[in-house]
Design a protein around this ligand. Sequence first.
Ligand code: UTP
Length: 292
Amino acid sequence: MAEIKPVRKAIFPVAGLGTRFLPATKAIPKEMLTLVDRPLIQYAVEEAREAGITEFIFVTSRGKSALEDHFDRAYELEQTLETRGKTAVLEDLRSWLPAAGSMMYTRQPEALGLGHAVWCARHLVNDEPFAVLLPDETVLNEVGCLKQLTDVYERTGGNVIGVFDVPREQTSKYGIVATGDNDGKLAVVEGLVEKPEPDVAPSTLSITGRYILMPEIFRALDRHERGAGNEIQLTDAMMHLIGQMPFHALRFRGERHDCGSIEGFLKANIAFGLARADVGTTVKDYVKSLDL
Ligand code: UTP
């Protein structure tokens, strides 16, 4: 088997328009919406760091500068916290800041699709395996979703994507995986089908926003083929890699939330609130008290 290179780089595509969250996203990026007290992007960056990522590549667009500021020092704020003796808050603020020089930013000039956003980062990734995390999808679990994927990758090499089960009647809303060998947890990917009707869907396993991909995908993305919604789709480019190299789908552990939709975002706030040591009991008591 070819050498399995470590995954050190992660791409965070954050150039989307976030139209489902207007007007909230008129002046702030969707990825800055908060679950409890931290923005979606911070969960994604922390998940990547847990998985061993040391280089964080953001594909941004106009109006997204709050994302860059969030991962920078804020001297005036830090000074004020220090003067007021807010040591714990200050320590927390500093604890998750990425090391100097580990954040990279490039722009996607036009929102032409997720595949195009990933392609925009090609010169920062070069010839290395890399991860992609969509910050508007969150997975609540003790071991992060990307760490679960990198653990598999270290054994299998090649592409590894996270998948979760959807009700069969909903397959037409998702990208669905056709599987070969399947032990119930890890499956060989034999095909990917965008939004199949329930009666023809090859499985009920849907692609989620966590990927480990080999750099060969850039060759497929170079073609700029338009797919569903006339967008350059990452799924379409992934299809070109099937059969060329190992390609696995992991049914990851944890609860997945689609924070890109209003319903999913509201549910995620309840789930993440319940999971928090500081506010969990209050949220639980409140939910229980509702006379629904
Ligand atoms: P979405 O499909 O959720 O699109 O993108 P969106 O624009 O963010 O939101 P809506 O549908 O208008 O409400 C999934 C992920 O891919 C990124 C988004 O930022 C999000 O993280 N993306 C999508 C890009 O970076 N560029 C694109 O051209 C499209």
